[in-house]
Write a new protein. Structure first.
Ligand code: AMP
Length: 418
């Protein structure tokens, strides 16, 4: 019979990798705690309409990449392809804004998008991110960006680059759309079909083009900053000066825009030179119109989402398994078995990580296993040791060996440094 394999674009996270995930998750939770962000967990699937409204029908995510189905009760459902819309939905549904003027939330979650799989791009992948609701002021923009950088720096990522822009208020974007159309009209015949469609529907998205001749044309295009209102400019200037005050460097990226109407003002992206073609680690921005779009009371908000597979790729591999036992008990013969298990249990209850052989192997094989597992000490116990009331304790890094009375073994092991 042929064996069943996993779906293309999904990954099993095996024990040789899961410890790296745990370390990353622990670093994220630790940083979130220090910045005062609390965890929110939302369901794996939602009504399809949430994403159509909350992400936008014209986005690639909604138009091409969602895993959607109609269930037995006739409801249109979708596996979540992003987290901002579900978190905003929960925020509205539970009246979180009514209970507190600001809500600083974070998540660590699995997402689903039917993209073309390649290194750093999967169909089930993981993001952590934050959504901060309730303040329109630049200090929260600066805090959210500082928080993203703190997580990445905290796990030792190098080659990071922060790109920053403001897409202004909805009025500014309306003006910019017109300016961009005016600029591009004489070039229309030279544009790809995709860009021509975007020209009609959403000209801001044309700035995302990867076609070299279009990038060339767009070099002379007006910048969105030309259309900022005075308030937009003041807001952006203050975000920049707060980042300067915190010593966070950034590059201005006039082409970094988001096409959807509920996005406002600050947008940012963080990339890493440690990655290949898929070098974006994190994207974020302000979305002052989103909560209202989803039927809530108008509430400002800002957030980001960061791809965890990419962070782990950028972190590189380490050799430790993260699960090395402190102690390996080498048990020889049938009579010692209860003593081995009782000792392991007592040491584990005292907080030590203990392993022992369950294949009834030879002394040599068990010692090999103890070394392979990376244990710091081996306790050797056979019939002889049991009879003499003493076990051998071997320091596996130095090779030093000493006899310890069975009665003292537990307290002796607890007194060692690991
Ligand atoms: P987005 O939600 O599209 O703004 O993406 C935010 C971050 O999630 C990106 O910067 C990537 O790090 C990561 N990401 C997005 N799509 C994928 C994917 N298909 N596979 C792995 N990571 C992804």
């Amino acid at each position: 019979m042929t064996s069943i394999r996993s779906i293309k674009g999904t990954q099993d996270i095996l024990p040789d990798q899961s410890h790296r995930w745990q370390a990353l998750e622990a670093a994220i939770r630790n940083t979130m705690g220090r910045y005062g962000y609390e965890e929110i967990r939302t369901p794996a699937f939602e009504r399809t309409e949430l994403f159509a409204r909350g992400v936008g029908e014209e986005t690639d995510i909604v138009s091409k990449e969602m895993y959607s189905w109609t269930d037995q009760g006739g409801e249109d459902l979708t596996l979540k392809p992003e987290l901002t819309a579900p978190v905003a939905r929960a925020y509205i549904q539970h009246n979180m804004g009514g209970q507190s003027p600001t809500n600083k939330l974070y998540y660590i979650d699995a997402l689903f998008r039917r993209e073309r799989p390649q290194k750093g791009r999967y169909r089930q992948f993981h993001q952590f991110g934050v959504e901060a609701f309730g303040s329109e002021h630049p200090e929260i923009d600066a805090e959210v960006i500082a928080l993203a950088m703190a997580v990445f720096n905290g796990v030792g990522l190098s080659g990071l680059s922060l790109k920053l822009n403001s897409i202004g208020s909805p009025q500014c974007r309306g003006d910019y759309r017109d300016a961009l159309r005016d600029f591009l009209t004489p070039h229309l015949n030279n544009l790809s079909e995709t860009s021509q469609n975007r020209f009609e529907k959403n000209p801001l998205r044309m700035l995302d083009t990867k076609a070299p001749h279009e990038i060339e044309i767009l070099k002379d295009a007006p910048n969105i900053s030309d259309c900022w209102t005075q308030d937009d400019k003041d807001h952006f200037d203050e975000v920049c000066s707060l980042l300067d005050a915190m010593g966070i460097s950034y590059d201005l990226a006039p082409n970094l825009v988001r096409g959807l109407d509920y996005y406002t003002r600050t947008t940012f992206e963080i990339t890493s030179t440690a990655l290949g073609a898929q070098d974006a680690i994190c994207g974020g921005g302000r979305y002052d119109g989103l909560v209202e779009t989803l039927g809530g009371k108008s509430t400002p908000g800002i957030g980001f989402a960061a791809g965890m597979e990419r962070i782990l790729l950028a972190m590189g591999d380490d050799t430790s398994t993260g699960h090395e036992p402190h102690i390996y008990i080498v048990g020889l013969g049938d009579t010692v078995r209860p003593t081995v298990l009782q000792l392991a249990e007592s040491l584990r209850q005292n907080g030590l990580a203990v392993a022992f052989d369950v294949l009834r192997r030879s002394m040599k094989a068990q010692m090999r296993e103890a070394n392979k597992a990376g244990a710091k000490y081996a306790i050797i116990m056979g019939d002889q040791e049991l009879e003499s009331g003493q076990a051998e304790v071997k320091d596996l890094s130095t090779g030093d060996q000493q006899k310890v009375a069975l009665d003292d073994l537990s307290s002796h092991m607890n007194s060692l440094s690991f």
